[in-house]
Design a protein around this ligand. Structure first.
Ligand SMILES: NC(=O)c1ccc[n+]([C@@H]2O[C@H](COP(=O)([O-])OP(=O)(O)OC[C@H]3O[C@@H](n4cnc5c(N)ncnc54)[C@H](OP(=O)(O)O)[C@@H]3O)[C@@H](O)[C@H]2O)c1
Length: 325
């Protein structure tokens, strides 16, 4: 057994109160496992929800948080191809630690050439954006997609993927100053969510009706987003940043036949065939290699300062944890 530094939490509650850097004992990698030396990981909203005890699925405690992160394979257990040693991989659980063992089936091998800070954020948000855009509507070239939380990691990936596919994006933001950055990424329209939104959006869309809505906010923002959509279109809810419930006017169902769907990457990962997973991540890595999904890092903290890292998240850009020894 080896002693390894790891973020730990034994209770759920306010993230800076419940998480701390500690130590765990690590056995050698077992059959079908690899040993990974971790490099870096983002602090995502899902990590905070997990620490707060407000995530969709609870894990047994005490636990190590971190729904995604990048590391390098340093050893392999029985039954694992030894040529994986030296390859960088994305882990999908317990990422906030210096080293760990993961089942090889749960890892994604990263192609060479991508920046560490870019790569560590490719397991969750860009594939979510890719699936949201490809699995819920059959969009012709030039079709419009509307989304809220457009400044988020997922929202920015939606803009970049849609641009690459020839789809147009209508993007709702809370902060007017965010518009220029999103337009530089390829956003077609950026509108500030709020009281004047309905009038403004009609003008900006000049009669076009989006055929897909992507909702990561909930509450009144989701209602305003759904109101934009063409009759019969899906509104896919994948996040709830406002923590407010969806409010669906009856007429959206009766007269407009809008379709309310949901998406959770974890459920998709568990149910997807290997070929489907490979298709999604190949598309993500191809776009990343072409310059998409550039890392926007607001602050970096060593693992020892994990309390400060979770307290700092919510900035414009991701907070990153540096994990290596
Ligand atoms: N279902 C899935 O499989 C899945 C996968 C990935 C992500 N997600 C979810 O997608 C959402 C975005 O994740 P991310 O990592 O992309 O986010 P992120 O990069 O950390 O950005 C957070 C976003 O939320 C906005 N926001 C924060 N508080 C808000 C509030 N009270 N009301 C409205 N907007 C608010 C921020 O706007 P400002 O820029 O104005 O601060 C920003 O756009 C989260 O809810 C996350 O859990 C779900």
């Amino acid at each position: 057994m080896e002693r390894v530094r790891a973020a730990r939490y034994a209770l759920t509650g306010p993230p800076p109160d419940v998480v701390a850097c500690g130590e765990i004992l690590l056995p050698p990698p077992g059959p079908d496992e690899v040993r990974v030396r971790m490099i870096c990981a983002p602090v995502n909203p899902a990590d905070l929800n997990m620490l707060e005890g407000k995530y969709g699925e609870a894990r047994p405690l005490p636990d190590t948080p971190g729904n995604e992160g990048l590391g390098e394979v340093t050893a392999t257990g029985d039954g694992v191809d030894a040529s994986l040693v030296g390859r960088r991989v994305l882990v999908g659980s317990e990422a906030w630690r210096a080293r760990g063992n993961w089942s090889v089936a749960d890892l994604i091998v990263v192609p060479p050439g991508l920046d560490d800070r870019q790569a560590c954020m490719l397991r969750v948000n860009p594939p979510t954006a890719w699936i949201l855009l490809h699995r819920f509507a059959d969009l012709d070239r030039g079709a419009w997609v509307a989304q809220n939380a457009a400044t988020s990691g997922v929202g920015r990936a939606v803009i970049e993927i849609a641009k690459a596919r020839g789809w147009k994006t209508f993007n709702m933001v809370r902060r007017p100053e965010a518009a220029a950055g999103l337009q530089a990424l390829g956003a077609d329209v950026v509108a500030v969510d709020g009281p004047e939104f309905a009038e403004q959006s009609r003008v900006l869309l000049s009669g076009a009706r989006p055929q897909l809505g992507l909702n990561a906010v909930g509450g009144a923002s989701a209602t305003r987003l759904a109101a934009l959509l063409a009759d019969g279109s899906p509104l896919v809810t994948y996040g709830a940043m406002s923590r407010e419930a969806l409010k669906v006017p009856n007429g959206f169902l009766i007269f407009r036949d809008l379709v309310f769907r949901g998406f959770w990457l974890t459920r998709w990962w568990r149910g997807a065939a290997a070929a489907e997973r490979a298709e999604v991540y190949a598309a993500v890595f191809r776009l990343a290699a072409a310059g998409a999904f550039a890392p926007r890092v607001a602050a970096e903290f060593p693992l020892e300062e994990v309390k400060d890292a979770v307290a700092a998240s919510g900035l414009d850009g991701k907070v990153l944890l540096r994990l290596g020894d």
